[in-house]
Design a binder for this molecule. Structure first.
Ligand code: GDP
Ligand code: IMO
Ligand code: MG
Length: 427
């Protein structure tokens, strides 16, 4: 039986997962999303086309590849319909290439309203949610009230919908939140009709049978480890397990059927929304990173906060995910820097540590930096990687104990350098 590989973000999301999944898809038969929902924005660039996916796995542009939206994902039918319509226009055979788990939960228009009401009630403490209804939908899932894809063809669907909406209306009244649901419902029900026409599967059986047949599967994470509901910078996190374990619960893959874990990180750090960010740069250096890296949200357009690479956080993410190989993204963004800083430790309440404190939001935390030489060269065009960049890569490999197998030097598929072919297996 084959094992499924996993690819996930090790920072606060937007590491470049979409690009790398697209680059790796020729080696896989099936790409699956296992958690999150349309809070994700995964960008792919090829042949001069730039495309952003929210719910659909990033293998969709390769005709040989089956793409599965797993049970752990939450789906907004309106956004899914929009994504599908755009892909059909680009010639993608959606009916053949996209399969959806019957167990995936649905985001209702009232979930989005509840997200907005909850954020408004938090005031200054707001999470900075994408307001796609992710938190309220997962709350209904764990609260055992949710509606699932498999429900849409049942004859009780309208009643189930109505009964959940009544509960939501009470919560919205509690928040004294003003809304107009009748404006939102027609598009939602129209999108449900489209959802009915797609192929719904028992994805846990499909995936395990595919592994038995020797098919190659890659599970594509959304968000990043520092946004994981258990291990991220709580409460400034998303509402799902973004880590490797999430692929077991979000696809029905047993832990011993997980193979390589590919962890993706940017050569620096970004975060969008609220919450702690120890290496954040509120100065012209951070501004330069934002400008050169075009650090604005793929879906929301929000400016991303920027800072130096945070090794304690990266090592933590590698630990909880069992990362076997690393991919470093956006090396080109640091091309013009004379020197590059890396946070190796923190000073927490005056003590030097490599560990992330429990209450990272309120801890007195100061990063300790090591300064490395910049490469001052356009690495996108270089024939071979500049020495100073190779040194930067080696330094991170030594610190983390995990090899960097891919370096990305631009947003396009082709701007990708494979350093080591053999995947590293942790002993
Ligand atoms: P994801 O959510 O992890 O898939 O990442 P996003 O798509 O939200 O954000 C990554 C952004 O960086 C996108 O705009 C990509 O096109 C872009 N990108 C990816 N890799 C590189 C790279 O190596 N260099 C540069 N300059 N941009 C990149
Ligand atoms: P991808 O998959 C970056 C952030 C939001 C907010 C917090 C909670 O593109 O990497 P939510 O909408 O889940 O309630 O928001 O998480 N966030 C992301 N940040 N990339 C993402 O996805 C994100 N998905 C959610 O900004 O701070
Ligand atoms: Mg993104």
């Amino acid at each position: 039986m084959n094992k499924a590989n996993v690819l996930l973000g090790l920072q606060w999301g937007d590491e470049g997962k979409g690009k790398v999944v697209d680059v790796l898809t020729p080696s896989y038969d099936i790409i699956c999303r296992f958690q999150g929902g349309p809070n994700a924005g995964h960008t792919l660039e090829f042949n001069g086309i730039k495309h952003v996916l929210n719910t659909i796995p990033s293998g969709i542009f390769h005709p040989h590849c089956t793409n599965i939206i797993g049970n752990g994902v939450v789906i907004d039918p309106v956004i899914l319909k929009r994504e599908i319509d755009a892909l059909i226009k680009m010639g993608v055979d959606i009916k053949k290439q996209l399969l959806i788990s019957k167990r995936a939960h649905l985001i209702l228009p009232t979930h989005r309203l509840l997200d907005a009401a909850s954020e408004a009630a938090k005031g200054k403490e707001k999470i900075g949610s994408t307001l796609k209804g992710i938190g309220p939908t997962y709350m209904d899932k764990t609260g055992r009230n949710g509606l699932r894809v498999g429900d849409v063809s049942g004859n009780q669907f309208k009643e189930k919908y109505q009964s959940l909406v009544e509960k939501h209306k009470q919560l919205l009244a509690f928040h004294k939140f003003e809304y107009n649901l009748t404006e939102l419902e027609p598009a939602w029900f129209e999108a449900i009709e489209d959802l009915k026409k797609l192929t719904h599967i028992d994805s846990e059986y499909y995936i395990n049978e595919a592994l038995k047949k020797g098919k190659k599967i890659l599970a594509e994470g959304a968000q990043g480890s520092m946004l994981d509901v258990d291990f991220g910078t709580y409460p400034f996190v998303t509402s799902s397990n973004t880590m490797t374990a999430g692929c077991c619960t979000g696809l029905g893959i047993a832990p011993n059927a997980v193979g390589n874990v590919i962890g993706i990180f940017k050569a620096y750090c970004t975060r969008v929304g609220g919450g702690p960010f120890p290496t954040e740069l509120n100065d012209e250096v951070g501004e330069t990173m934002r400008k050169i890296g075009n650090e604005y949200g793929s879906t929301t357009g929000r400016a991303r906060r920027c800072g130096w690479l945070d090794l304690p956080a990266l090592k933590y993410a590698i630990m909880i995910n069992g990362v076997t190989e690393l991919t470093m993204m956006k090396a080109d963004v640091l091309d013009d820097f004379d020197s590059i800083k890396v946070c190796t430790h923190y000073m927490v309440n005056g003590e030097k540590t490599e560990q992330l404190p429990f209450d990272i939001t309120h801890a007195d935390i100061k990063p300790v930096y090591k300064e490395l030489k910049g490469w001052k060269q356009n690495c996108t065009l270089a024939q071979s990687l500049p020495d100073a960049l190779l040194h930067y890569i080696q330094f991170i490999e030594q610190e983390t104990g995990v090899p960097i197998s891919i370096v990305s030097v631009g947003p396009d598929r082709k701007q990708t350098i494979v350093l080591k072919k053999e995947p590293f297996v942790n002993s």
